[in-house]
Design a protein around this ligand. Structure first.
Ligand code: S3P
Length: 449
């Protein structure tokens, strides 16, 4: 079931070559952060290219509930009149973050050091996900949290009245936890320090600098140490959101597996903390090139060209790369099914606590389509059938997870029999134009019934 309505069963069928240009939407991580930081400064932040997926719309609604004036001007142009650091008002009702772990965790961080109380909830997927990873460090600032067993939503946070700065080593590789601590540190006096053993996406650090906060990053023996000076005056900004590499992954991977394809995916953010999938695909022998490389808004950007690649080989993905492609393992496993040999993915325990248990969801669906998958708690392997040999014909459960639904629809685009997904509804959380975009390239994706 999708979180916001009846299930939308979908099918994809082997198609003619995919051709053309795929203009994918704005980056989800950067979109959430633009709205939240915009709400935490005084003055008008303007945003272009905002992802208008349900996850981000839920964050926009939440920022309004905390007192910011958030306006949709149409065509991806938005503005936020912020309330200043420490200026959130107490929301009247429950903050419903829908399917979005990023939304709820970042917003919890942002309110944790303000003298207000807020209750958070989400859909069945989000209400099952672990929140203690965020509320534990927020407690160090003086914020109290009461939720359901296992630290799950719905949950009420009582923000610290007299917050103290913290020094915190993030125990799991998580940009959401790191960002929650940094956002909480904004309204604490003195210096808040976050240490991450493995580098995760650094959009929060980059954006805080852009808004005028004092942030320094040093590499130490313990890892990447980020120091933020609290209670800054944040200055309203203009933000151009780059296109999302995690969404680009879908048309790119489709082009690699559908015979004869040649697809251009322009203007993709290639921040090294996000681009691990593309490096991995090239190591597998994908015909994937970067054209027109440039820097836009402080982020490296390129046009990606992906062409059908019949000779890809399975590889062992370096575990150190996991954080830079954590959302892309599902679609990588689809490409691995079309490659020859085994693709080995280790050090990926975090996949088990995403919108779904992504190792379990992909393993079940790939097996239902004739692909061999082996798995352990923090690893999995996919044995490629090779181009032309993916059976298909299976029904896959999307488990309320947009990336699972899209991955299986890509699997069907070159399989010997159509691949069905029980619910494509969650796709709207991150890539609302997935279906028309893929159809315009030549894919045969349809809604059943
Ligand atoms: C995100 C961080 C990652 C990622 C998610 C977006 C972010 O989650 O999976 O889709 O914007 O900070 P974790 O921090 O849980 O790894």
């Amino acid at each position: 079931m999708s979180g916001h309505g009846d299930p939308i069963p979908m099918t994809s069928t082997a198609c003619d070559p995919l051709r053309g240009t795929a203009d994918v939407p704005g980056d989800k991580s950067i979109s959430h952060r633009s709205l939240i930081l915009g709400a935490m400064c005084v003055g008008e932040t303007t945003i272009t290219g905002l992802l208008e997926g349900q996850d981000v719309l839920d964050t926009a609604k939440a920022m309004r509930a905390f007192g910011a004036q958030v306006t949709d001007h149409g065509g991806g142009k938005w503005s936020v009149h912020g309330v200043g650091v420490g200026g959130f008002t107490e929301p009247d009702g429950v903050i419903d973050c829908g399917n979005s772990g990023t939304g709820v965790r970042l917003i919890m961080g942002a309110m944790a050091t303000q003298p207000i109380t807020a209750t958070f909830s989400g859909d069945a997927s989000l209400n099952g996900r672990p929140m203690a990873r965020v509320t534990d460090p927020l407690a160090l600032f003086g914020c109290q949290a009461v939720g359901r067993s296992g630290g799950r939503l719905p949950m009420t946070l009582v923000g610290a009245r007299e917050p103290v700065p913290v020094r915190y080593t993030v125990p799991v590789p998580s940009a959401q936890v790191k960002s929650a601590v940094l956002l909480a540190g904004l309204n604490a006096p003195g210096q808040t320090v976050v240490i991450e053993k493995e580098a995760t996406r650094d959009h929060t650090e980059r954006m805080l600098l852009g808004f005028g906060a004092e942030v320094s990053v040093v590499e130490t023996a313990e890892g990447r140490e980020i120091t933020l000076t609290g209670q800054p005056e944040l200055n309203a900004q203009h933000i151009e959101v780059p296109r999302d590499p995690s969404s680009a992954a879908f048309p790119v991977c489709a082009a690699l597996v559908v015979p004869g394809s040649d697809v251009l995916v322009p203007g993709i953010g290639l921040n090294p903390t996000r681009a691990g999938l593309f490096t991995t695909l090239r190591e597998m022998g994908a015909d994937l090139t970067y054209e027109n490389e440039r820097v836009e808004g402080g982020e490296p950007v390129a046009d990606l060209r992906a062409r059908f690649s019949p000779d890809m080989k399975g590889i062992e993905v370096p575990p150190a790369r996991a954080a830079s492609m954590i959302d892309e393992y599902p679609v990588l496993s689809v490409v691995a099914a079309y490659a020859s040999g085994q693709t080995v993915m280790r050090g990926v325990r975090e996949l088990r606590v995403k919108e779904s248990d992504r190792i379990d969801a992909m393993a079940k669906g790939l097996r239902a389509n004739g692909i061999d998958v082996d798995e352990g708690e923090d690893w999995w392997t996919v044995t490629g059938a090779g181009h032309g040999n993916v059976a298909g014909g299976g029904l896959c459960a999307s488990q309320l997870d947009h990336r699972i639904a899209m991955s299986f629809l890509i699997l069907g685009m070159a399989a010997n029999a159509p691949v069905r997904v029980d619910d494509g509804g969650p796709i709207a959380t991150s890539f609302p134009i997935f279906e028309p975009l893929m159809t315009a390239l030549g894919a045969w994706v349809s809604r059943d019934g």
